[in-house]
Design a protein. Structure first.
Length: 70
């Protein structure tokens, strides 16, 4: 008889723990999806990098190196 009551108590604790953890995860996911990852001010400050190579400067450096080696 004692074991039967113990099993019921263990089952209740397990079910309530599962529900609590499930709700906790659900609400954390909802909170995460609703909050923006980057603030609007930060988005305004960030600008894309210019990936083009300035060949004019490379030409100037090349002519300087030629002058120095002569």
């Amino acid at each position: 008889m004692y074991r039967e009551e113990s099993d019921k108590d263990l089952l209740l604790v397990s079910v309530f723990s599962f529900l609590t953890v499930s709700l906790w995860i659900f609400f954390e996911l909802v909170k995460t999806t609703k909050t923006p990852t980057i603030q609007s001010r930060t988005q305004q400050i960030i600008q894309p990098l210019n990936t083009e190579i300035d060949t004019g400067i490379l030409d100037i450096l090349e002519t300087r190196m030629k002058k120095n080696t002569e």
